[in-house]
Design a protein around this ligand. Structure first.
Ligand SMILES: [Zn+2]
Length: 216
């Protein structure tokens, strides 16, 4: 048998058995880059993680492919390396996942734990969305389109997450912190995942249902 070459854009190909895809909250299809920026979920919340929050990020903004986002989330970013990075000095942030251009998925925090991605936030009457959500960063910039491979990886990840957690909602950071945050922004085409959300019985940001998600 030839040795299988892992296909990072098609994470399912790395695992022969679906049941082996998760271990202690880590997706085995993702590249693991542990972040120190996390804490335990509050008592009673573990097992009740029902929200996925989508974000966009690139460092410096609009530049793709570099190591800076992973450095930010692991507190190793050189804040002297770019003027923009000054605004990030002292920040301790993370997300559970980072979907790169090209579709590679990086995981920083176990989904059993609380990542620091949402900040002050509110969705369906519940504040502090970090407590009960999974945060997914998409490498991108507000207003710019995303890579088709990112939608593919996001779908695989959402499908796998929905099999692990009692998910009910998938929204953007802009929806849980309106006025303060604008990511992933208008470049993210919710129509790409509308069918998947319907199949998994998940609600998108149009709270009345998928019918409200127009291409506008
Ligand atoms: Zn965000």
């Amino acid at each position: 048998m030839p040795t299988a070459v892992p296909d990072l854009a098609n994470p399912e190909s790395r695992q022969p058995a679906h049941g082996a895809l998760w271990r202690d909250g880590w997706w085995q299809a993702a590249r693991r880059v542990p972040s120190p920026n996390f804490g335990p979920r509050p008592d009673g919340v573990l097992g009740e993680v029902w929200l996925v929050v989508l974000h966009s990020i690139s460092l410096p903004p609009g530049r793709y492919g570099g190591p800076e986002v992973e450095q930010l989330f692991t507190n190793t970013l050189d804040c002297e390396a770019h003027p923009y990075f000054n605004s990030l000095r002292g920040l301790a942030v993370s997300a559970h996942f980072f979907v790169r251009r090209g579709g590679e998925v990086v995981q920083f925090v176990s989904i059993d734990d609380r990542a620091w991605h949402a900040g002050a936030s509110l969705w369906r009457g519940r504040a502090q969305c970090n407590d009960f959500s999974v945060g997914i960063e998409l490498e991108g910039l507000e207003g710019e389109r995303f890579d088709p491979a990112q939608y593919g990886s996001l779908e695989r990840l959402l499908r796998s997450l929905a099999a692990q957690l009692p998910l009910t909602d998938v929204v953007g950071h802009e929806h849980i912190a309106p006025g303060r945050k604008r990511d992933p922004g208008p470049g993210f085409d919710w129509n790409h995942i509308t069918a998947l959300l319907g199949e998994l019985s998940l609600r998108g940001p149009a709270t009345s249902g998928a019918a409200g998600l127009s291409g506008a």
